[in-house]
Design a protein around this ligand. Structure first.
Ligand code: FER
Length: 380
């Protein structure tokens, strides 16, 4: 791909000056001082920025001449050659995909299993003013309308870095705000774990799963509503993920993409993860609700989004596949354990975490997220 000067500007350049000029707008490439022109002054600022850091995000962005998300000496060389008239366009470098991980999921999962705990240290759930929440609106091709999500950016978020992405799904009747509830500790855990260097800095996307052309919210425990939640598979992979990857400094690929959720959100994390192990290298679920496979409970008959035989992963094994269930869950009962049993029967390696006395709430979600966030994006 090449950066082209607008034709009109090219003419002006030729007529009025020998100095290369590009259109003036915020953070135009090469125009580090924002004066509307690319000159030797910009080269000087780039040099200083590379040596001692850039004074503003706009200048740093403008210094990324090849648009690969990093500012390096190679950018300055292109800038210098442009100012000297040796080149008339900036060459753009397509970001290089990270090499596929050679990690062995079975070995990695065993390591995680051995280091897990159900007792989350108190300092890890202490409230912290970590990161920044941005509410986004994206166009869902599946629902044919705008949908919302919350994006939690880590402290010190910078567009010159790339962060792995964890998608977290809410419970039934919830939305993108539900998992910001203090009882779930998403923000505090992510902050404390990152601050202590125990988890990777990551972008966390709190989703709003319900995906329907005709309805905006779940009406109850009905088959139509569960299908609208299942339609999130298409919405997430076809609309939300592309939005996140083109609007945030997101690392891509299954090694950098994780999903989990609570209850209905856990059910969808399982359904989505098992359906698309090529997209999600890390799969989790806390207190997953029934319905991925056929089953019946006090709420409804579930025909199953897939058969028990299909609830397996044979290729593209996840590096972490973690299911958490409490022994005192009055809403989903022993369904989390039944997913564990089906995976065992099907020979799909996974971690089963049972919380003694754990209920349908933070008592399971917090230990799940604590162990999961520590484990994800680290298999190598
Ligand atoms: C069900 C039991 C529980 C069900 C959903 C749930 C749609 C979800 C509970 C939650 O999200 O808290 O049979 O069917």
């Amino acid at each position: 791909m090449q950066f082209k000067k607008p034709l009109a500007l090219l003419c002006c350049t030729a007529l009025l000056s020998t100095q290369p000029v590009i259109a003036a707008h915020a953070a135009a490439r090469g125009d580090l001082d924002g004066d509307g022109a690319v000159t030797a002054f910009d080269v000087a600022i780039a040099k200083k920025g590379l040596l001692r850091g850039f004074s503003s995000g706009d200048a740093e962005k403008a210094a990324d001449i090849n648009e690969d998300g990093k500012t390096e000496v190679s950018d300055m060389i292109q800038l210098l050659r442009f100012v000297m008239g040796q080149i008339s366009q900036f060459e753009v470098t397509e970001p290089v995909a990270p090499p596929p991980s050679s990690a062995d999921p079975t070995a990695y999962m065993q390591k995680i299993r051995e280091s897990m705990t159900n007792n989350v240290p108190a300092e890890m759930t202490a409230q912290t003013a970590y990161g920044k929440v941005e509410t986004i609106s994206y166009y869902s091709k599946t629902a044919e309308k705008q949908k919302s999500a919350n994006v939690l950016l880590p402290d010190g978020y910078s567009t010159s870095e790339r962060y792995p992405v964890l998608y977290i799904n809410h419970g039934i009747f919830g939305d993108h705000n539900s998992m910001l509830d203090e009882g779930m500790k998403v923000r505090s855990l992510a902050g404390n774990l990152a601050n202590k260097g125990e988890a990777k800095k990551m972008i966390i996307v709190l989703t709003s799963m319900y995906t329907s052309k005709t309805s905006d919210q779940c009406s109850g425990f009905t088959l139509a509503d569960t299908l609208a939640y299942d339609a999130f598979l298409d919405d997430l992979t076809g609309s939300l993920m592309p939005y996140i990857e083109s609007n945030y400094a997101a690392a891509t690929g299954r090694e950098n993409t994780a999903i989990t959720g609570f209850s209905m959100g856990g059910r969808e994390a399982l359904y989505i993860g098992v359906s698309r192990p090529d997209v999600f290298g890390y799969i989790g679920a806390a207190c997953p609700a029934p319905g991925v496979t056929p089953g019946k409970d006090m709420f409804m008959d579930h025909p199953g989004s897939m058969t028990e035989q299909e609830f397996r992963i044979d290729t593209n094994l996840p590096y972490v596949f973690m299911i958490t269930g409490g022994t005192n869950d009055g809403v989903v009962g022993t369904f989390p354990q039944s997913y564990h049993n089906i995976l065992t029967t099907n020979g799909t390696d996974h971690i089963w975490q049972e919380i003694q006395g754990g209920g349908h709430d933070g008592s399971c979600v917090v230990p799940h997220l604590y162990n999961y966030m520590k484990a994800i994006f680290k298999a190598e």
